[in-house]
Design a protein around this ligand. Structure first.
Ligand code: DX5
Ligand code: ZN
Length: 214
C-alpha cells in the first residue's frame, strides 16, 4: 500500500515518513498538481528530492499536470522511481512513456473516474502500472465513487489477458471499510492519504489496508 504525502503533516514530514515506513508501507505516493489539469496546486521535484533524503520507500509520483514532459528529468533526478501521467493530459503518450523508461523510472498511466478502460487498448505493452482514480483528482479526503469497483473488475480481467505483469493501483477515497472489496476486485496497490495519516493508530491502518489484519 502507498500512503499519499498530501495528507501528512508537512511541518513534521521526516517523522511522518518514518512512521509509515515502519508501519509497513510499500511505496510513497506523491500527488503533483499544477492548478491547470486539476484546480489545486501542490509540489514538484524539489520536495521529492527532500523526501528522498528522509525515507527509503520507493517514490511514486502521480503527475496531475497538463504538461508533464519538461518535468520528467527533474523528477528522475529527484530520485522518483515510478511516475504516472494522466491519459487525458498527454497527446503523445508513446513518446512520453518511453522517455519515462529511458530515465530509469517505471511508467504508469492514470485514468480519471469516467475515462473508459478501452482507451488502454494500445497502452498495455508500455506501462508497468495503471492508476485507477476512484475520486476526481485534485483533493484528498473525498469519498470513493462506488461504480469504480465495476470498472476495476473490468480492468483486472483485461489486464490478466493482455499484460499480467501490469499492476493496478487504486487512488482516492480508499478506507479500511472498502479496502477488502477493492483488493477482491483486482487492486494490487491501494493509495491512501486520509485513511493513513488521519488514523490514530497508523500501523494498524496500514496493516488493515494491506489486508494483513482485519
Ligand atoms: C487525489 C490524489 C489522491 C489523494 C488520496 O487527487 O491523487 O492520491 O491524495 O487521498 P485520500 O486517500 O484522502 O482520498
Ligand atoms: Zn494520487
Amino acid at each position: 500500500m502507498a500512503p499519499s504525502l498530501l495528507s501528512a503533516d508537512l511541518t513534521r514530514l521526516a517523522e511522518e515518513l518514518r512512521e509509515v515506513e515502519a508501519a509497513g508501507a510499500d511505496l510513497l505516493h506523491l500527488d503533483v498538481m499544477d492548478g491547470v489539469f486539476v484546480p489545486n496546486l501542490t509540489f514538484g521535484p524539489i520536495l521529492c528530492e527532500a523526501v528522498r533524503r528522509v525515507t527509503r520507500l520507493p517514490l511514486d509520483a502521480h503527475l496531475m499536470v497538463a504538461h508533464p514532459e519538461p518535468l520528467l528529468a527533474p523528477f528522475a533526478e529527484a530520485g522518483v522511481q515510478r511516475l504516472s501521467v494522466h491519459l487525458e493530459a498527454v497527446p503523445h503518450l508513446h513518446r512520453l512513456l518511453r522517455r519515462v523508461q529511458e530515465l530509469g523510472m517505471v511508467p504508469g498511466v492514470a485514468l480519471n473516474p469516467l475515462t473508459p478502460v478501452s482507451l488502454l487498448d494500445e497502452v498495455w505493452p508500455f506501462v508497468g502500472f495503471i492508476v485507477v482514480m476512484s475520486v476526481n483528482p485534485g483533493y484528498g479526503g473525498q469519498g470513493l465513487i462506488p461504480e469504480i469497483l465495476g470498472k476495476l473488475a473490468k480492468l483486472a480481467s483485461l489486464r490478466d489477458q493482455r499484460a499480467p505483469a501490469v499492476e493496478l493501483v487504486v487512488d482516492g477515497g480508499v478506507t479500511e471499510q472498502n479496502a477488502a472489496a477493492l483488493r477482491a476486485a483486482g487492486a494490487d496497490i491501494l493509495v491512501a492519504g486520509t485513511a493513513v495519516f488521519g488514523a490514530k493508530d497508523r500501523p494498524k491502518a496500514v496493516a488493515q489496508l494491506k489486508g494483513v489484519v482485519s
